[in-house]
Write a new protein. Structure first.
Length: 149
């Protein structure tokens, strides 16, 4: 039950049984469908997606290719931020050699998000866990202050 509402997309790792899941490496794949409740959304409050992204560069990839891909990723991230899709990024604590990012993204639905993520230069090396978000009634960022008009 802990994974309810989560969708994993990304490439299959070597440890994943590709035949059991029918996964194709280096392709974005939704592993399960997500039903999101209608919570009486308003224009000011929109849903988003929390992404936990792990990037694994294949062994033997030339360092110049990695550096060029990172540079293109930075440019694309800026474009997606300007378009309102990429809202925030964080670097969580990681072990040496790990490359992970947590991000807050906005898209109309999972299909649009999948298309957006496919434009990231690093997407071919990423495994992404997606958690759809819905407004919370006690969110201090959206609550009206008592007594305010």
């Amino acid at each position: 039950m802990a994974d309810r509402g989560r969708v994993s997309i990304g490439r299959a790792s070597a440890a994943t049984s590709r035949s059991a899941l029918g996964l194709i490496p280096n392709r974005l794949i939704f592993l399960s469908a997500v039903k999101r409740p209608n919570l009486g959304k308003t224009k000011e409050v929109s849903d988003g997606f929390l992404l936990n992204m792990a990037t694994e560069v294949p062994e033997g990839t030339p360092e110049t290719e990695v550096d060029e891909t990172k540079a293109r990723e930075a440019v694309r991230a800026g474009e997606l931020a300007a378009q309102g899709h990429l809202l925030r990024l964080w670097k969580p604590p990681v072990e040496p050699g790990e490359w992970r990012t947590i991000g807050l993204w906005r898209a109309d639905d999972e299909k649009e998000l999948q298309g957006i993520l496919a434009t990231l230069p690093l997407h071919v090396w990423m495994t992404v866990e997606v958690t759809p978000l819905a407004p919370h009634p006690n969110d201090p960022g959206t609550r009206r202050v008592r007594g305010a008009t």
